[in-house]
Design a protein around this ligand. Sequence first.
Ligand code: NAP
Length: 518
Amino acid sequence: MSTELLSNYIGGRWVGGQGAGTALFDPVLGTELVRVDATGLDLSGGFEFARVRGATALRALTYRQRGELLSAVVQVLQKNRDTYYEIATANSGTVKNDSSVDIDGAIYTLSTFAKLAAQLPDSDFLPDGDAISLAKDGSFQSKHLLTPVAGLALFINAFNFPAWGLWEKAAPALLSGVPVVIKPATSTAWLTHRMVQDVVDAAVLPAGALSVVCGSSAGLLDALQPFDVLSFTGSADTAATIRSHAAITRLSVRANIEADSINSAVLLPGHAPGSAAFDLFIKELSREMTVKSGQKCTAIRRAFVPEQVLPAVSEALIERLKRTTIGNPRNETVRMGSLVSRSQLNSVLEGIEMLATGAELLLDGRRPTLVDADAAVACCVAPTLFSLPTADAVEASTIVHDTEVFGPVATLLPYRELTQSARQVQRGLGSLVVSLYGDDPAALAGTAKALAPFHGRVHIVTPDAGASQTGHGNVMPQSLHGGPGRAGGGEELGGLRALNFYHRRVAIQAAPAVISAF
Ligand code: NAP
């Protein structure tokens, strides 16, 4: 019996694809769950519906009124939360805590933007600075405004955050008055689809404000027009293809790219085993490797430690990682579920092979003992740890600075001096986040400043914030997400800064009486 073919919601109605569909699977049990298909959709017509109907209705509201729409979406999602957990367990193979990062992270981000709306003016544009006189007698002035972009926002998302990935982008877009079309990654599209379906069924957003296309991305970029914006999250290879599309190169569609990132953590010198900073470092590293089986764009891939503590760090970390129970997320004793698909499993196994050609394998997770799951079927990998023996080897290596294995995999990299570790961190060529562990504010601030130009976020963990710190890999809506260089050069979130992407800045030049009429 074939599984349900999910419809697409575009042009204000549910439309099935004309093909047989691509199946989505349970990565633990191997069973087929649903199918998606986007063949034969009228994308141009659907996009126009969003630009005209969706945008007109959204722009008729003020920022504060749109904040109320976000609150209404939050209520819908909260009501259906249990279903989202079931879908995440089935389609992403995640344990409850890991599903929460995605689902509750999405709801929290939306709520944060709903609250931030109260800080915005009760109007339909945002002021940007004061009026400046352009005439000696002040009779002619210039004032900058931010107006919502005139088109729609197309989101092409990665497989690892089907819930959060939608709403962390949609919250600032809708708050700005910009309609949204979401194209989730195929392998985990079901959760995104269900959330859109619940919001559509609840009729809390105007027609055309939210559309979903599940299946192939073919034709999506061709349907973009000059005043649309595109936000992409995924691999560097797909990002390169997207960047070369005529929508970007010829129509100047504004694009935000969030791509690969070889993030780092640095234990500062002078923290012996048993010290608070040392313990926080081990705990965070182990957490980052195992949460969502390491399938987080922000996860720590390179962990820098002073040469003399390398043996103690590897011993403490391995001891902790070995305690991770892996397998079927439906079993309450399991702490880490599976990767999202067989193709991700293959890609992680290939990545481990590749890293093994240039680094020493300290803990090999390729043949894990599983709880309640068949190792021949379940796409599980246990935590896998590599290291290089000396600081000189770290300088000589290329592979550890270049390879993102998108699973529970990290490499320990020794350094002799802090300045040397900072140079090696930079060899990631731009990352989303680096975290620093220590207790000397001056040394931490100095290192943070040196690393700031190469990162979107510098996360500093000191013993006094050990319990309250929000986590190296957790993306908080109040803080910037994105990174320069290899990380894609994008910027998301950062509180109300997120609205910049969905607005255009315009200079109004006029007499003071006209300027004050705005
Ligand atoms: P991917 O293969 O690049 O796919 C990302 C999205 O692009 C999917 O929706 C995919 O659709 C779509 N796509 C594929 N080819 C396309 C094309 N030619 N034109 C337009 N869209 C196309 O990436 P992934 O495997 O899903 O995600 C893993 C990567 O994402 C990792 O490298 C990770 O570092 C990165 N990531 C980054 C962030 C961040 O915030 N920086 C967050 C999460 C993940 P289909 O699924 O239908 O192929």
